[in-house]
Design a protein around this ligand. Structure first.
Ligand code: URA
Length: 475
């Protein structure tokens, strides 16, 4: 699916397709390097939409070598480019120019332009999620044997962006997904495209029911049903494609029972208003679909924080490890065991604390059958920070503890040297007190037994100091 590069005539850029991120990137970089303002560029799609954000053709400009932008911008732009709003190209270009002048422009959460682009990216992610969840295949026979064909109507230009998901999930099947704008076909080895189709081009009849019932039950996210309301999660236009809508009543009933049991079994009920469990559930449900960085692609699941919602201490770790990724719970593997023992020694009851991670997906490199832990980079930490901030905003702990440098970066927004801040509390942007100590995995990695024992003792001592401090702050 090679595409030609963008055609650039004066300051009119003609992109090869409505989702042509690479073309946009090449053109935008060149224009920005040449100092062309956003208001002087017209963006259009070959044979399609035009962004009349600007209207002049003020002469040719050179295409320069480009400059570095934060990963968070690229992640947002890759999604926002698929939005159906014709102004997206120009708005992204305006943001690029801002970033050129101020590399931290992505951190300005009050910027309306950034807000609008993030909103677009979010709508595209939601559309992708719907496509992943609501495409239903019918079986037909063609010359090559059975083929599974589905009809889908996305709201945005997401078909190419969604293709990888279907290739990975249904590699062994031959399938086609027909949409009004573009159709994609997989023959078991190669993905091809053809023009858009109409609903009549897709076969009628029963979708491949049993396969899909199992699949749907496995991806069903019950918390969203209550929080977002059924029609938002699953717009009615998709229902007719889906035999398993018959399952929904059952699934919701099961989910509500599980949720009620969870709230009942929670040792201490939240102090900050009756909606706290619902808000936390909604946040957790939203995080389950997080695609803010690329780590969701390989991880099994989002590992969200856990613990009583009126906890006085929040511990923030680095990221889930292999066992946490499979179990869906933080600190249950070897580092978790060491952490549990140290907490106990320091007189802190784990069940009364809230434990989460700076990064919510497991980052690893496959090596044979093993998955080797990889440190998250600053782009991934910064992209994931939002979840930790929301968890802390809801729980309002008396103090927060950063376990290691990744957590400290997530909490402070800066790279922190642990030895410099250990033992002296920091004040976070929201006024919360934050103590930084080492990560339990650091202790596990120390090769010398004597050093390990001494470092472990210092860790326990940090935890004791934290316990004393909490009983002073929130007796
Ligand atoms: N290390 C972490 O930082 N978090 C976990 O959940 C497990 C290991």
């Amino acid at each position: 699916m090679l595409r030609e590069g963008p055609m650039i005539d004066a300051h009119r850029v003609t992109l090869a397709a409505a989702d042509d991120f690479d073309g946009w990137r090449v053109a935008a970089r060149g224009l920005a390097e040449a100092g062309i303002p956003a208001s002087a560029v017209i963006w259009q799609v070959d044979g399609g939409e035009t962004d009349l954000f600007a209207n002049s053709e003020t002469g040719p400009r050179p295409v320069g070598p480009g400059f570095a932008v934060p990963r968070s911008f690229v992640d947002m732009a890759e999604k926002a480019i698929c939005h159906s709003d014709p102004q997206r190209f120009g708005l992204l270009y305006a943001m690029l120019i801002k970033l050129r002048a101020n590399r931290r422009a992505m951190e300005d959460s009050a910027d309306p332009l950034l807000h609008r682009l993030e909103h677009m990216a979010k709508e595209v992610r939601r559309d992708l999620h719907k496509m992943h969840a609501f495409v239903r295949f019918r079986e037909v026979e063609d010359q090559g044997g059975p083929r599974f064909v589905a009809w889908f109507e996305p709201d945005h230009h997401i078909v190419r962006a969604a293709a990888g998901f279907f290739v990975r999930r249904f590699t062994a099947m031959r399938w086609s997904i027909l949409t009004p704008e573009l159709s994609i076909h997989w023959d078991g080895e190669v993905l091809t495209e053809s023009l858009g189709a109409t609903r009549q081009d897709a076969p009628d009849g029963d979708p491949v029911e049993e396969t899909w019932k199992t699949y749907y039950a496995s991806i069903f996210n019950p918390a969203r049903v209550k929080v977002e309301a059924m029609t938002k999660e699953m717009p009615k236009k998709y229902w007719k494609n889906m035999p398993e809508t018959a399952l929904i009543g059952e699934l919701i009933a099961g989910a509500q029972a599980r949720e009620a049991a969870m709230i009942e079994s929670s040792a201490v009920l939240p102090k900050a208003g009756a909606n706290l469990p619902a808000s936390w559930q909604a946040l957790k449900a939203e995080a389950a679909h997080c695609t803010r960085c690329g780590l969701y692609k390989c991880a099994t699941q989002t590992v969200f924080g856990e613990g009583p919602l009126d906890a006085k201490i929040i511990f923030v770790g680095e990221q889930p490890g292999d066992q946490e990724d499979l179990a869906g719970r933080p600190f249950v593997g070897p580092a978790g065991q060491l952490f549990n023992a140290a907490l106990e020694q320091a007189g802190i009851e784990r069940a009364q604390t809230y434990i989460t991670n700076a990064v919510k997906h497991f980052k690893f490199e496959p090596r044979g059958k093993r998955r080797i832990h990889q440190k998250p980079d600053t782009g991934e930490i910064d992209a994931c920070r939002w979840w930790q901030e929301q968890e802390r905003r809801l729980i309002k702990p008396a103090l927060t503890v950063a376990l290691g440098a990744t957590a400290a970066r997530s909490l402070t927004g800066k790279t922190v040297t642990i030895s410099k801040v250990r033992g002296n509390p920091l004040t976070l942007a929201d006024g919360n007190e934050c103590w930084v100590t080492v990560h339990p995995s650091f202790l596990l990695r120390l090769p010398d037994e004597e050093v390990r024992r001494a470092e472990r003792e210092l860790f326990v001592e940090d935890l004791r100091r934290i316990r004393r401090r909490v009983s002073h702050l929130a007796p």
